[in-house]
Design a binder for this molecule. Sequence first.
Ligand code: FMN
Length: 187
Amino acid sequence: MNWDKRVLVGVTGASGTVLAMRLLTALEGYDRHLIVSDGAKRVMKAETEFSMDDFRKVSEHLYDDSDLAAPISSGSFRFRSFAIIPCSNTTLARMASGMADTLITRVAAVSLKERRRMVLVPREMPLSTIYIENMLKISQAGAIVAPAMPGYYTKPKTVDDMINFVVSRVLDLMGIDNDVSGRWMDK
Ligand SMILES: Cc1cc2nc3c(=O)[nH]c(=O)nc-3n(C[C@H](O)[C@H](O)[C@H](O)COP(=O)(O)O)c2cc1C
């Protein structure tokens, strides 16, 4: 397996399940390894019509968040990048304190120790000091913190445009070439 084609995606219980679905769809052609937390399943039910079957269709490998023995939990498993989208404040706090008690937080801990590319997409408003401190800590440890904050310079007309803006920037940060959204001064 060409590990450069492997991407890992964690979905946690922050609002914005739709961001994960859009990202996974855009990653078609890559070897997609997906973990969905129990919190994410609750939020998915509350704010979308998606089911786990829909997520199965946009991933080549789907893991249970409690499966700490999954192949992706080892530092010997190589991959291009790992995104947690959306990233809840609970998962952020666990990662920032070094906990690795779920598959998502274990893969995050491994990504940090192996210096792999990890992109976190938190979604909360406003931010408490604790949330901000945890973002600072994880950023200093090597993760890229990319909050779900769309820009307005592309003149978005629909919610879809705003979703695509965030997903496009996340793909950029994962090292994935894409034209999901326009760019500043693009002709
Ligand atoms: C409908 C709903 C929306 C939520 N939205 C957010 C959110 O935007 N940001 C956040 O950090 N947590 C949010 N939460 C709380 C998390 O789901 C909760 O902290 C959960 O324990 C996260 O677990 P996980 O990180 O393992 O997925 C929301 C919960 C529900 C039920």
